[in-house]
Structure formats: structure tokens, C-alpha cells
Write a protein of this length. Structure first.
Length: 351
């Protein structure tokens, strides 16, 4: 004679089990879809550096061969920076030491200097950099266009000028090459596929942006904190921070992004921390009263951007203070961004 052990399951429990199963299926569907992140912002805001960081953090970085491809770009960045400094010193009425006159003249004659740097050229660059006239011009770098990475590269000039030089990850991060067209970086985090779309930020590139606006999960908007006293490369009558605020207002309130998360990266915090000690934010925002205080100045700028959100009751701006060249910082920030994006995706799916 057999004995059967039965377990009674109520209708409510069955319904609950079915609901859980449906939710699991829905979760799987949500995260099977690719998360498309659109990286926007004005030129020189650090967008492409963020894209490079995603490759370093999630795709095992740049290979030796890929790093080597940045060698000529870095050499070009250094030469253009030295030429910018020499030109600025001349325009400002500063006289470079007579002992450096031959080197200076050769630098300003583009055809006299090869793109490939060597130890002798590196020594000349270092001597020019240390000259008082050049340092005086550098102190006034907000008055002309100079790459942020110039001091870093010159500090490492001896290494960079070695014959067997291969750029390291930090060298690559700090290299500057104008972004044209659309660059995509695809990676996977915790079984979720991400596609980061980087587009050129200068005005001539923005007409291409609309081609990327469909099926966007979130917009990451980069604004450089440190550029509050700088002018645009493409229009030296326009303040970079004013341009960034205007652009953010257009993006934040665009019909394309009514239901899209907007994540604001207040970038270049390292440069801003150093600059705010010397240059009051009041030079750009007369209503600022926080003095040379990093936290107060950062909060003031954050509030300026947040105030441009025309639908603040329905739409939240997620703000992060970032340093795009700091891999640890960007790793931490992106983890926070990822959690926001995935939570919003689940909410949108009804869970």
C-alpha cells in the first residue's frame, strides 16, 4: 500500500509564482537589450577621454600596438603646445632669452622640426618651457588656446622623446585629437551590453548628433568645470562655460530625451581645484559670492545647470563631479551611473 505526500498550493500562491516568473522574464528582456549611452557636450569637455576610460576599465585597456598609434599624436600635441606658448609670449610682449632664440625660431618654422621627437629636441623643449617669458605666458593661458595636457607631457618629455617610446595608458588618455564623426565603444558589464556613442563637440560637428538620438537609454553630458574663464576654439568671442550651459539646456529639454535619463559630468575637477584658488568664478558669473572655495564654486555651477531643467518635477538630473584622466574616479562614477540606468530601465518596464 503506497503512501503519497501532497502539498496544497493556493490560488494566491500560484498567481504570485506566475507573477515572479513573468518579472524574471521581463528583467531578462530588459537587460538583454543593449544600453545605449550618448556622450554629449561642447568641444574640449573631456568626452573622448571618458570613452577611452571605458576601454581601459571594461575592455582590458589599449594594447601595445594601439598605444603606439598615439605616439605621433602625442608628439604633435607637444609641438603645437610649445608653438602656442611661444606665440602667446610674443603677443604679450614677453621676450624669450637670447640663448633660446635659435630653438624658438626653428620651432616656429614648422618645416624645420620633424614630427618625431628625439632627446635633443626634448632638451630644447624643456629649456623653452623653463624660460621666464614662457612661464609668464603660461600663467595667462586663459587668454589663448593651450592643451590641458601640455604641462603633463613636458614634465615627461625625457621619457616621451626616447627612441623606443611607447605611450602608456595615461599618455593615451591625455592625448588630444579632434573628434570628427561618430565613435562607438561597446562593452559588457554584469551581463548587460553597453554601447557608448561619442560624437564631436565642436559646433561644426553637432549637425551629426541627431543621427544618434534614437533608442538612447541615457545621455551623459560632459561640462568642463575648469573652463569657466576660457573661450571656444571655434569662436574666441564665446565663453566655454556659457556655451556649455546653452547646449545643456537644448539637450536636457529636447523632445528626443523626454523619457531619457540625463547624467551630468562636471569634469576636469583636478584642473578646476587648482584654478579656483587663483581665479574667482566671479569673472564669469558676477552673482557668485563663494570666493575661491572649490566646494562652493562646484555647487554654484551645478545649480546653474540644474536650473535649466524645464521639467524638474518629472525629470531628475544626476550629477557627478569627475576627473576623466583618473581611472579610479571614473570607475567609481560609472558604477553609480550603471546602477541608475538599470534601475530606471526596470522602472520603465513596470517593476
Amino acid at each position: 500500500m503506497g503512501c503519497g505526500l501532497g502539498v496544497s498550493v493556493s490560488k494566491e500562491e500560484k498567481a504570485r509564482a506566475k507573477q515572479v516568473e513573468q518579472q524574471l522574464k521581463q528583467d531578462k528582456k530588459v537587460f538583454e537589450n543593449e544600453v545605449k549611452l550618448l556622450l554629449l557636450g561642447a568641444g574640449e569637455s573631456g568626452k573622448s577621454t571618458i570613452a577611452k576610460q571605458m576601454k581601459i576599465i571594461h575592455l582590458e585597456g589599449f594594447t601595445k600596438e594601439e598605444c603606439f598609434q598615439f605616439r605621433d599624436i602625442i608628439h604633435s600635441n607637444i609641438i603645437s603646445s610649445i608653438k602656442a606658448l611661444i606665440t602667446a609670449a610674443h603677443d604679450m610682449g614677453y621676450s624669450v632669452s637670447n640663448a633660446l632664440r635659435t630653438s624658438v625660431d626653428m620651432f616656429m618654422n614648422s618645416s624645420s622640426y620633424p614630427l618625431e621627437l628625439n632627446g635633443d629636441i626634448g632638451n630644447e623643449i624643456l629649456a623653452i618651457w623653463k624660460d621666464k617669458a614662457i612661464q609668464d605666458a603660461y600663467a595667462r593661458s586663459s587668454e589663448y588656446q593651450l592643451l590641458d595636457s601640455a604641462p603633463y607631457y613636458i614634465e615627461h618629455i625625457n621619457r616621451i622623446c626616447q627612441k623606443d617610446y611607447i605611450p602608456n595608458q595615461q599618455d593615451v588618455l591625455r592625448s588630444r585629437c579632434k573628434t570628427t564623426g561618430i565613435t562607438e565603444t561597446e562593452f559588457e558589464v554584469e551581463n548587460t551590453k553597453f554601447k557608448l556613442v561619442d560624437v564631436g563637440g565642436q559646433r561644426s560637428e553637432r549637425k551629426k548628433w541627431i543621427h544618434c538620438f534614437e533608442d538612447v537609454t541615457a545621455v551623459i553630458f560632459c561640462a568642463a568645470l575648469s573652463e569657466y574663464d576660457l573661450k571656444l576654439y571655434e569662436d574666441e568671442t564665446v565663453n566655454r562655460m556659457h556655451e556649455s550651459l546653452k547646449l545643456f539646456e537644448e539637450i536636457c529639454n529636447s523632445k528626443w530625451f523626454n523619457t531619457v535619463s540625463i547624467i551630468l559630468f562636471l569634469n576636469k575637477s583636478d584642473l578646476f581645484k587648482e584654478k579656483i584658488r587663483r581665479v574667482d568664478l566671479k569673472v564669469t558669473f558676477p552673482d557668485y559670492t563663494g570666493g575661491n572655495n572649490f566646494d562652493k564654486a562646484t555647487k554654484f555651477i551645478e545649480d546653474k545647470f540644474s536650473a535649466l531643467n524645464a521639467n524638474s518635477s518629472q525629470k531628475e538630473i544626476y550629477t557627478h563631479v569627475t576627473c576623466a584622466t583618473d581611472t579610479e574616479n571614473i570607475t567609481f562614477v560609472f558604477n553609480a551611473v550603471k546602477n541608475i540606468i538599470l534601475r530606471k530601465a526596470l522602472e520603465a518596464s513596470g517593476f
